[in-house]
Write a protein that binds this ligand. Structure first.
Ligand SMILES: Nc1ncnc2c1ncn2[C@@H]1O[C@H](COP(=O)(O)OP(=O)(O)O)[C@@H](O)[C@H]1O
Ligand SMILES: [Mg+2]
Length: 594
């Protein structure tokens, strides 16, 4: 069953600290054994007392000393083991919880953009916190109770056969009934709980989505609607949760009832065995104690299984993310390339998102180092996908891409990405200081380098006008800056990285014309001396490109310089007229400043 698989996997995550975990397991076994020995010793003492009474002789303390001494010994030993567990189980769980979070986080950061496009960040965050937190609780439970319970149930219970096999059999029957009942409820609730978890994840996703778009919600007066939608999810969640809770409540009641039945049965069977000389009074007392102890253990295990069933989907989600293998990975033997010169070649490159319709269809082109290439075409024509293939957001389904003659897949991802800088449409800044954001481009940049980058990105002036200059914190996603300012910081960031290949994917499209014009100088500075790919809609940006590639439905339908394409009066000319210029600028030969 899923339950065991996931449970064992959670325990396996203790691997890096397996020796400490092993010691704690031994301490638990000792604890369980001590708990088991106590009823036996107690029973023996009762038998001694009872025998003395029937034989009408006075019992000496000396007769009792060995038994009572052993009992005290076990007691002290129990305290020692319990202290060991109490001290280390918590620390171990907390250490491993944080380690798992770090592992998950690093793994998620490695997953390709394609994964992140289809998985909400709110969901990933919830899965990380829930998964690691619940795993820590599973470990804690394991060391504090479960391990001892399993030992009691699976090792010590069979050993009770040696004390009195008839009474032991009765106890075992009880355990089996318990087990069957729990298994039944588990099977009933497994599917139901996954549904609950789906709603819970929905909830997290919705909430974080709403918070991320708070400006839209407020300006479109959607507060009511969003709250209502969230309440609907909570209601659905509750409705899905209730049947699960009823099943487990039923299990708890049944457990209680069968516990009472067992105690009564042991007493009745014990008494009749005693009357037939098949059990001593001490044995009856021992088994009553066994039964009480086992019932405690069983109830604890049932409660634990109940709880695990509730969190099982969370743990599964966590492992599912951990198990997601990046579709783009380093090939065995992939080489670390040093700085490339930036000669890019696409050879019959085809790519499809869904395996049916190609988003990029048989695209071939070559670019000399230092050239500027503009990609134009209507939205959805495959421009971003083509450039995504260049920095390996995905791998082509057909054909190959080389830089300096080396297939991208023969270089390590890290070294490839060292060679490519991307300025995205959405500048994506961290909620950190401007300096920290710039250092994303180059961690060990000197202040002089930062200064030059800011200067060339036309960002120096506004940065020095900020309240704390470079130390100004820019808010979530850089919200405290204007769009143009954000974009200039992101250009400065790319300049600091100083890669031989630079990609501008609609870097200026979200900006107004004036801001864009101001950015032109920044972009021009950035393109100097490197191979640059620009996706833009405005004439000024593409006018001076060495070559323009015109995309339509994933394929290149025209290519050439601006003047060539205009002269051809084909697709580009039509597109140009429609998209970014008036008729007279089309015929103007004076180049517009880039
Ligand atoms: N992450 C994605 N998953 C599935 N399809 C996508 C994804 N991104 C883009 N597409 C589809 O691929 C095609 C090309 O998109 P894209 O390269 O973004 O075009 P452009 O950048 O030219 O506007 C479009 O039909 C688009 O719907
Ligand atoms: Mg695009």
């Amino acid at each position: 069953m899923q339950f065991f698989k996931v449970y064992l996997r959670v325990l396996r995550q203790l691997g890096p600290e397996s020796s400490l975990a092993g010691i704690l397991v031994l301490a638990n076994i000792a604890l369980a054994a001590a708990q088991f020995a106590e009823p036996i010793l107690f029973g023996r003492i009762i038998d001694l007392l009872a025998n003395a009474q029937t034989q009408a002789r006075t019992l000496q303390w000396a007769d009792l000393v060995p038994l009572v001494g052993t009992w005290v010994g076990f007691g002290l030993f129990t305290i020692g083991a319990a202290v060991l567990v109490a001290l280390h189980a918590d620390r171990l769980s907390h250490r491993r919880r944080l380690a798992m979070m770090a592992e998950y986080f690093e793994h998620v950061l490695h997953l390709p953009l394609g994964f992140h496009t289809s998985t909400h960040s709110g969901r990933l965050l919830k899965t990380m916190i829930d998964g690691a937190g619940n795993m820590a609780s599973v470990w804690l439970n394991f060391f504090r109770e479960n391990c001892a319970s399993f030992v009691a149930l699976f090792i010590l219970l069979p050993l009770s056969l040696f004390v009195n096999w008839r009474l032991a059999c009765l106890l075992m029957v009880m355990v089996i009934i318990f087990g069957a009942m729990t298994a039944f409820v588990m099977r009933r609730t497994e599917g139901l709980q996954s549904e609950v978890e789906r709603y819970a994840t929905d909830l997290a996703e919705r909430a974080s989505d709403a918070l991320g778009n708070i400006a839209v919600i407020q300006s479109f007066t959607r507060v009511e609607a969003e709250s209502r939608a969230l309440r609907q999810v909570t209601t659905a969640l509750l409705n899905a949760q209730l049947p699960v809770l009823s099943w487990w409540a039923l299990a708890a009641v049944a457990t209680r009832a069968s516990a009472t039945l067992t105690l009564v049965s042991i007493f009745i069977l014990g008494t009749s065995l005693h009357l037939n000389g098949l059990a001593t009074i001490g044995e009856i007392v021992t088994f009553m104690n066994f039964a009480t102890m086992l019932i405690g253990r069983l109830e604890q295990v049932v409660g634990f299984i109940n709880w695990i069933m509730l969190i099982l989907p969370k743990l599964q989600d966590f492992f599912e993310v951990l198990d997601t293998r990046p579709t783009v990975e380093d090939r065995p033997g992939a080489k670390d390339v040093a700085r490339l010169t930036g000669r890019v070649a696409f050879e019959d490159v085809t790519f499809s998102y869904d395996g049916k319709r190609p988003a990029v269809n048989d695209v071939s082109f070559e670019v000399e180092p230092g050239q500027t290439i503009a990609l134009v075409g209507s939205t959805g024509s495959g421009k971003s996908t083509t450039l995504g293939l260049l920095h390996r957001v995905f791998d082509p389904t057909g054909g190959r891409i080389t830089i300096d003659g080396i297939d991208l897949r023969d270089m390590t991802l890290v070294s490839l990405r060292h060679n490519i800088g991307v300025v995205f449409q959405e500048p994506m800044l961290f909620a950190r200081s401007i300096e920290e954001n710039l250092r994303v481009g180059k961690a060990d940049a000197t202040m002089a380098e930062i200064d030059v980058a800011l200067e060339r990105a036309q960002a120096k002036e506004f940065v020095s006008n900020q309240s704390d200059g470079l130390q100004t914190v820019v808010g979530e996603r850089g919200r405290s800056l204007s769009g143009g300012e954000r974009q200039r910081i992101s250009i400065a960031r790319a300049l600091l990285k100083d890669p031989p290949i630079l990609i501008f994917d609609e870097a200026t499209s979200a900006l107004d014309a004036t801001t864009e014009r101001q950015l032109q100088a920044a972009i021009e500075a950035a393109t100097k001396g490197r191979t640059t790919f620009v996706i833009a809609h405005r004439l000024s940006t593409i006018r001076n490109a060495d070559r323009i590639l015109v995309f339509d439905r994933g394929a290149i339908v025209e290519s050439g310089s601006f003047d060539e394409l205009v002269a051809r009066n084909g697709r580009f000319a039509t597109l140009a007229r429609a998209q970014f210029m008036t008729a007279d600028t089309l015929t103007t030969k004076t180049p517009i400043a880039f």
